[in-house]
Ligand binder design. Structure first.
Ligand code: NDP
Length: 331
């Protein structure tokens, strides 16, 4: 089978390549996984790009098959819950990091980590959503669960033209929220408006050091970039508002103060997709089926072949990709 294989020699020389891997290596014994799947589609997320470009220590075991998510059908499973032909989506749980991932034609996965795909979502749509989109849904649900309503006020989405940002805009605008998109690429304003953003602002309005408390503007925030952007977003969040933090595209740091929390009672909610329990995942995927306009995915998706993955990952790292990149392992 074809797979994106990441290797490191004893001298720490890194390589990433599309390689032929024997399917015989995917046994239950070698992988400690009970389910063999046919990956129809995978995709490129920020973490995949970090791993493929060797930009941060995402990969913990070598060699590694990359790919933190995938969708397709079950080929064989010893679990009573899954049978041949069942449709699954897999996100996170350390695949592509500590165990072999889904940028491959087949993968061996743990059945308890799989989510059943709703009927209306094809494998291709599932990967157009991908970990980025599923994380965007976790953010949107967290805002709504904590009482942020469309009439509460504007919602800020940072890193807007990226994968998480694009899907977050589409979800929240579809639910009737007024979305303000923050981007470093003003040329993408028409794209962001087509997804549902009412207003587009420049990334530089938020990315520099700012005061601990600023003019109140946001009822809610989906932040994909961290650092000063997240600190300023908190400082501008209205009394009782909710900020969801899921990303670090600007930086891991959070140069903030307690002022927005103790003087305005705002909440900062951490969003993790990787180790989220199955019920939370299934709820997010079911929400895509029941309360998301799946036709919006066509606005944000680019489909590529496995041979293009390495080049695309470099473009993603360089901030040159808009929306989502889906990798076709079926064709
Ligand atoms: P993308 O690369 O698709 O998007 C990131 C976006 O961030 C870019 O498109 C750009 O948006 C913006 N950006 C890039 N560099 C900077 C910078 N230096 N300063 C400010 N903004 C910047 O990545 P994803 O959307 O897939 O992921 C976004 C973040 O979310 C990543 O940090 C990723 O690690 C994280 N993530 C976390 C998950 C979790 O479980 N918590 C799951 C999935 C992703 P624009 O061009 O519009 O400015």
């Amino acid at each position: 089978m074809q797979a994106i294989v990441l290797s490191k020699t004893a001298e720490s020389v890194f390589s990433a390549e599309l390689a032929e891997v024997s399917k015989d290596t995917l046994t239950a014994e070698t992988t400690n996984c009970d389910t063999l799947v046919n990956v129809e589609y995978s995709c490129l997320n920020y973490k995949d790009a970090l791993a493929i470009c060797n930009k941060s220590p995402v990969v913990r075991k070598w060699p590694m098959i990359a790919g933190i998510d995938g969708a397709g059908t079950i080929e064989e499973s010893t679990s009573p819950n899954w049978k041949k032909g069942d449709r699954f989506v897999m996100n996170g749980w350390g695949i592509g990091e500590t165990s072999w991932g889904c940028l491959a034609q087949q993968a061996r996965l743990r059945s308890e980590c799989l989510v059943r795909l709703p009927d209306s979502i094809s494998s291709m749509m599932a990967m157009a959503i991908g970990t980025a989109g599923y994380t965007a849904m976790l953010c949107a649900l967290a805002l709504r669960d904590r009482g942020v309503k469309p009439e509460s006020g504007e919602i800020l989405v940072t890193g807007a033209a990226g994968g998480v940002g694009s899907v977050a805009i589409a979800i929240l605008s579809g639910w009737g929220y007024k979305v303000v998109a923050s981007t470093g690429r003003s040329s993408e304003a028409p794209y962001l408006q087509s997804l549902g953003a009412q207003t587009v602002i420049g990334r530089e309005e938020l990315s520099n050091p700012g005061k601990a408390l600023q003019k109140e503007r946001w009822a809610g925030v989906v932040d994909c970039v961290g650092s000063h952007t997240l600190a300023n977003a908190c400082a501008q969040t209205s009394y009782g508002g909710v900020v969801t933090a899921c990303g670090l595209a600007q930086g891991m740091d959070l140069p903030s103060s307690v002022a927005p929390f103790i003087l305005r009672g705002i909440s900062l909610i951490g969003i993790d997709s990787v180790m989220a329990p199955i019920a939370k995942r299934q709820r997010a995927w079911d929400s895509f089926a029941s309360e998301f306009d799946l036709s919006k995915l066509t606005l944000m998706v680019e489909q590529i072949k496995p041979a293009q993955v390495i080049e695309k990952a470099a473009q993603l790292m360089a901030g040159q990709i808009r929306g989502r990149v889906v990798v076709d392992f079926k064709g």
